[in-house]
Design a protein around this ligand. Sequence first.
Ligand code: BDR
Ligand code: CA
Length: 318
Amino acid sequence: MNQKRIILDTDPGIDDSLAILLALASPEISLEGLSVVHGNSSTEQGTLNALSVLELAKANHIPVYQGCDLPLVQPSLLAPETHGEQGIGYAKLSAPQTKPKAQKGSDFLIEKIMSAPKEITLVCIGPLTNVALALRQEPRIVENVKEVFIMGGAIRHEGNTTPLAEFNTYVDPHATHIVYHSEMPITLTPLDVTYQCIFLKDDLNRLLKINSPITKFIADATRFYMEFHDEYQKIDGCVINDPMTLALTFMPEICDYRELFVDVDISTGVGLGNTFADFYNYNKKAANMKVALGVRPRVFMELFLERMEKLARAASFS
Ligand code: BDR
Ligand code: CA
């Protein structure tokens, strides 16, 4: 099988951790490294989480690079209420034995993409600071990256951080602006599709039939995430945005797409971080990305559950 060579730029994060596990469980993917960014937790904590999750799945050969710890312009905004103080809900993972690599996250992105022209697929599931820095430092990554999948934005959907803005976008709207205007081949997974796809308690109970450190981790992490969704959004279950974004790299048929010109509001005010698409092409601008706007929720969820079961069985206690 011709595997997709993937780099994950991530802020682990409960659903980021699930995306890492999905990547490891998917034979369609060769996960070649992780760059960590601030977001759900600090970059330092997120890096520890990334290393611990890789160790949990016996994949500590995958290199982790620590990236930027602050947005480009905005003050830092972390999300302990959504992901817990350590970024992984109620889960407790052992301190990682492995260390992050010395190279900075954005330098790793540049080196990896430039050394394998048109071969690397970049999957961005946190604020876009590392990617924006990489673009400014080495603009030629635009022509050399194969594809870029981004979890972010709320096109017709309400925001999950302000009434108008989605978290990854709101945390670093200026980085988002650089990335959206870069002319890289982007596929966007906004809240419009991720919020159609809820990980239910029944889904968790199905996974818990397997007695494994993986299912225990998923249960302890998502229990916190479900409490957050219940308290703040009256959602029964939790929205696992990041693994869906990862899944689209090898199973695009989960979603339906429109080619659109999408921009982000970077003016100071209530619209900061709002993402909007020019559906009627008022501005006569060429589309700058493919946007997922329709979704088959249970197709994704079935894939996710099957893959987690496979990973869990491989690591089961008995
Ligand atoms: C995004 O923000 C974070 O809370 C999640 O990890 C996801 O990447 C959803 O808005
Ligand atoms: Ca994330």
